[in-house]
Ligand binder design. Structure first.
Ligand code: F6R
Length: 369
């Protein structure tokens, strides 16, 4: 049932282009507009929404962090993303005009379930983004948008994460469509790019051998750091989480802008640092800032592993290892930038002799708080 792969995780990484395509299937109509009738929250309710709150745990939380950038940019509705386990205990401000989005692969995560129950008690509408049909979280929500990743067996989430991102983009674009905000050229072109993105994910998968080789060469390291800005920041957190849970290594993700506020003190000779570089097109300020971050850490001896768009040559002089990803709009980049980090963690775990599908101390679905 592993379909010829050594581990479910490898199979699930390879299934990502299909998972992404399946999650988009039937949800964009011929005119290039979102058709999300399955979200049974009436348009007039969505038009009244004045705040979006996303709750989730672990990898799903990282998807939610990325969604915040997309929702605020495309809809201009304030959005916050919070760990489900923190949310309910701080007496959050919610009312009928709050849309809460609960993201969960399993649909059974207790922290996320308790967060959404609390939200509904305060009168908020809850939309679940979930991969498991008929599970508790969608059953207790006002509406659900299913991700179509298929069953995810490996404990470490991969294809579910990519489909959570797709679902978040769909919800963000749909909110924009219903509310008429920023519904113009940019949104139209994002939808076109989104419908092509499975092919781009597939391209990334075809170029992963050097990443595997690099991972094997780092098997004796104790620490790996990850840096990103904007949507690259949650991608960095996700890369670090995968490495912790699979390779049992000390791995941390930082917002690159925070370097000078502390983390740069960690940089020492030959320390591997993975940097996610945003597209130089569009938001070039972001790009230039991160290039100077790479220079700074390299000057202090870091071994830089740079994930950058094809054709971005500015990073070449500062990259000890360069991983190329296809050009995408900035907000969609996590769909391609996360894949090398999954492969990296999986290969490092294998090189260290760890059980990839069943990391120690972890369960696939966490049904206790
Ligand atoms: C990490 C991982 C976990 C889950 C988290 C939430 O690879 O799999 O961090 O993402 O436990 O699980 P769900 O999405 O089932 O609520």
């Amino acid at each position: 049932e592993k379909g010829g792969y050594d581990y479910f995780m490898l199979k699930e990484i390879a299934e990502q282009p299909k998972a992404v395509a399946d999650t988009l299937l039937g949800r964009i109509d011929e005119a290039g507009r979102l058709a999300l009738d399955e979200v049974h929250i009436p348009d007039h309710v969505l038009r009244e929404v004045n705040k979006v709150v996303i709750v989730a745990c672990g990898t799903a939380y990282h998807a939610g962090m990325i969604a915040k950038y997309a929702i605020e940019h495309w809809t201009r509705v304030p959005c916050e993303t919070e760990l489900a386990s923190e949310f309910r205990y701080r007496d959050p401000i919610l009312d009928q005009r709050t849309l809460v989005i609960a993201i969960s692969q399993s649909g059974e995560t207790m922290d996320t379930l308790m967060a959404l129950r609390h939200a509904r008690e305060q009168g908020a509408k809850v939309l679940a983004i979930c991969n498991t049909n008929g599970s508790t979280i969608p059953r207790e929500s006002d509406a659900v948008l299913y991700t179509h990743a298929g069953p995810e067996v490996a404990v470490a989430s991969t294809k579910a994460f990519l489909t959570q991102l797709v679902a978040c983009y769909l919800v963000a674009l749909y909110l924009g469509q219903v509310r008429g905000t920023k519904w113009g050229d940019e949104i139209g072109s994002v939808i076109r790019e989104l419908s092509q993105i499975a092919t781009e994910v597939d391209k990334v998968l075809g170029t992963m051998e050097p990443v595997r080789e690099l991972a094997r060469s780092l098997a004796d390291k104790n620490t790996v750091l990850f840096l990103g800005r904007h949507v690259g920041f949650p991608v960095a957190l996700e890369g670090a989480l995968k490495l912790k849970e699979l390779a049992y290594m000390h791995a941390e993700g930082f917002a690159a802008g925070e370097l000078k506020h502390g983390p740069i003190a960690l940089i020492e000779d030959d320390l591997p640092v993975v940097v996610v570089v945003p597209s130089p097109r569009g938001r070039s300020v972001l790009h230039d800032k991160i290039v100077s971050n790479i220079q700074e850490i390299r000057a202090r001896g870091a071994r830089t592993i740079v994930i950058a768009e094809e054709g971005d040559d500015t990073v070449v002089p500062y990259a000890d290892h360069l991983v190329r990803i296809p050009a995408t709009p900035t907000l969609l980049q996590p769909l391609v930038a996360t894949v090398p980090l999954q492969v990296f963690a999986c290969e490092l775990a294998t090189a260290r002799g760890n059980e990839v599908d069943q990391p120690r101390n972890l369960a696939k679905s966490v049904t206790v708080e």
